[in-house]
Ligand binder design. Structure first.
Ligand code: DC
Length: 224
């Protein structure tokens, strides 16, 4: 039998990673945050002085093995490695997020990461979160969720997240960033963000963290 697979897609700041973490933990399965892998490629470009907007240069860097992304688990928690180095914290900045959004437009980058994600999901029951999990990575996922919230709610959550990490960014800056990323993620030519036809929409604008987790767990129970 195929291992259980849960696909959670949605726009930036919908709480996908944190919600997914808790849902996976409660189900006793691993969580793969696929955005972290795109962030690692974006960071590789920044570290090498390669413009993330320069497709040829980014793809060359990947071909020449300069953006090797690996994922390990330590006590059930994802550790993202770039060229063997743990970059789990470094990839969490706005700059790395912007670079990730840029490099995620390139087909060779997506092909490399999607293959890695599919191989991992074949090995064990897993919850994957991203933009194209239900549509491209795991079209046969056991359960598909499209998790979203209003741009304002997402910007506010993002601001609080950054504040917790000691960065005070004005709300307008984050809202502009959220809108720009929504546009870029939904309008790119290759595998844009969209809700899979068979995905269940969960709008968390008016739900608390716990309510969102419970809602998703009950949808998983129904589908299993
Ligand atoms: O979820 P995140 O903010 O960490 O993702 C960073 C960027 O990576 C996001 O702008 C779009 C891209 N991404 C993607 O194209 N496909 C995925 N499965 C996950 C993320």
């Amino acid at each position: 039998m195929k291992p259980l697979t849960i696909a959670i897609d949605g726009p930036v700041g919908a709480g996908k990673s944190t919600i997914s973490d808790v849902v996976a933990q409660r189900l006793g399965i691993l969580h793969l945050d696929t955005g972290a892998m795109y962030r690692a490629v974006g960071l590789a470009a920044l570290n090498e002085g390669v413009d993330p907007g320069d497709e040829a240069a980014v793809c060359r860097l990947c071909r020449e093995d300069g953006a090797r992304v690996d994922v390990r688990y330590q006590n059930g928690k994802q550790v993202t490695l770039l060229n063997g180095k743990d970059v789990s914290d470094e990839i969490r900045t706005l700059t790395a997020g912007g670079a990730a959004s840029a490099v995620s437009r390139y087909q060779p980058v997506r092909k490399m990461l999607v293959a890695r994600q599919q191989a991992m999901a074949r090995q064990q029951p897993m919850l994957l979160d991203g933009r194209d999990i239900g549509t491209v990575v795991l079209p046969d996922a056991t359960v598909k969720i499209y998790l979203t919230a209003s741009a304002e709610a997402r910007a506010l959550r993002r601001r609080n997240q950054l504040l917790e990490k000691g960065t005070d960014t004005p709300l307008e800056t984050i809202l502009a960033e959220v809108n720009a990323r929504d546009y870029q993620d939904t309008h790119r030519a290759v595998d844009p963000l969209r809700q899979a036809e068979d995905a269940i929409l969960v709008d968390s604008s008016d739900l608390s963290f716990e309510e969102t987790v419970e809602k998703i767990l009950s949808l998983v129970e129904e589908k299993r």
